[in-house]
Design a protein around this ligand. Structure first.
Ligand code: NDP
Length: 340
């Protein structure tokens, strides 16, 4: 059973050498009572996994507990049930949820598993993205937390990624004007040509982010879907409109810093009456069926596109995961362990 294990806790930027691929020995293809045994097919590379590579902190959320050095790391993934010790799942079912980075996993916490009922309209790997955790994040984060109205001005950072590409498309479907930022020319092109963003820019080429936002939003920003934090948040606070909303989804620019950057323009929230709200995808898992009902028809009609960056084989998992923090991925980063 090939596995990807954490070699040591990480401080600063994660490197491939913080992860190792090893043979975990023979696995019994039998699920104990109360568990399911899955063959992992697609693993999801998610930025929050960086937090779980840090040393344990007292009082941390158990959902984000530190990985154990020497043991396989965990994350969301798609698998096929090989054997089941619970009534809800049977062998042959496809599932998505929290699993381990290895060929076969015994999953004892089956509450975090969703059965995949639609395998025809979308590729199975999309359940790591569009119809998985990032999809829930984008769908409810945008509709619930941002409460968009037609005609509003929306800005999305890390816009070409797993979450951002969806937020931009949901914003267009809601009748908003949407601009995205991303870290390369290729990503900027993708935003405009594939995902229908009205405008997009490469934040790495802008030495004055405030001026860049003024160029793209001469009338200001109503909604900011925050994925990066740091200097971008400060620039947005200088350009937000009265009654603006900021959905704090992530702050990837801060995850590898020992000391997080300060935010200087928070006082803008007062006179602009801004609402800034953090949220976590788990809060919305109970409403997952709403995402399926709404989004699958759009995918079938070709009204929502999804771009993945698939690394083949567990061997390429470490590079794919740490690559999130240098912007190596173009679209949703997936690791294909097996294709069924
Ligand atoms: P992506 O697919 O967008 O991949 C990460 C991207 O972040 C990289 O490709 C890179 O793109 C960008 N990035 C990396 N480092 C920096 C930096 N220093 N400054 C600016 N951008 C950077 O990831 P996801 O879509 O999965 O996640 C996006 C955000 O959403 C993350 O902050 C993540 O933590 C958060 N998130 C939150 C969830 C929640 O429940 N609240 C759930 C899922 C995700 P580029 O080339 O454009 O720089």
């Amino acid at each position: 059973n090939k596995q990807v294990v954490l070699t040591e806790y990480v401080t600063g930027f994660p490197k491939e050498s913080h992860l190792a691929v090893r043979n975990g020995g023979k696995i019994q293809l039998k699920a104990p009572q109360g568990s399911v045994l899955v063959k992992n097919l697609y693993l999801s590379c998610d930025p929050y996994m960086r937090g779980r590579m840090s040393p344990p902190k007292a009082g941390g959320d158990p959902n984000f507990a530190s990985f154990t050095p020497g043991s396989p790391i965990q994350g969301f993934g798609v698998g096929k049930v090989v054997d089941s010790g619970v009534a809800e799942f049977k062998s042959g079912d496809f599932v998505w949820g929290v699993t381990s980075w290895e060929e076969y996993s015994i999953i004892s916490n089956t509450k975090t598993l969703f059965k995949i009922t639609n395998t025809e309209d979308v590729p199975l790997s999309y359940y790591t993205g569009l119809l998985g955790m990032p999809g829930v994040t984008a769908y409810f984060g945008f509709h619930d937390v941002c409460a968009p109205k037609k005609g509003e001005y929306v800005f999305v950072s890390a816009a070409s990624g797993a979450v951002g590409q969806l937020v931009g498309q949901f914003a267009k479907l809601a009748g908003c004007y949407v601009v995205g930022s991303a870290g390369s020319k290729q990503k900027v092109e993708l935003l405009k040509s594939k995902f229908g963003f009205d405008e997009a820019f490469n934040y790495k080429e802008e030495n004055d982010l405030d001026a860049a936002l003024k160029r793209y939003f001469p009338e200001g920003i109503d909604i900011y879907f925050e994925n990066v934090g740091g200097k971008m948040l400060d620039a947005v606070l200088s350009n937000i409109r009265v009654h603006g909303r900021i959905a704090v989804c992530g702050m990837i620019s801060q995850y590898n810093l020992e000391h997080h950057e300060g935010v200087h323009n928070l006082a803008a929230m007062i006179y602009k009456r801004v609402r800034m709200q953090g949220f976590v995808s788990f809060d919305y898992f109970a409403r997952y069926s709403e995402l399926l009902d709404d989004v699958v028809p759009y995918v079938k009609e070709g009204k929502i596109a999804y771009v993945e960056d698939v690394a083949e084989g567990l061997e390429n998992g470490p590079a794919a995961l740490v690559g999130l923090f240098s912007g190596r991925n173009v679209g949703k980063q997936v690791v294909a362990v097996a294709h069924e």
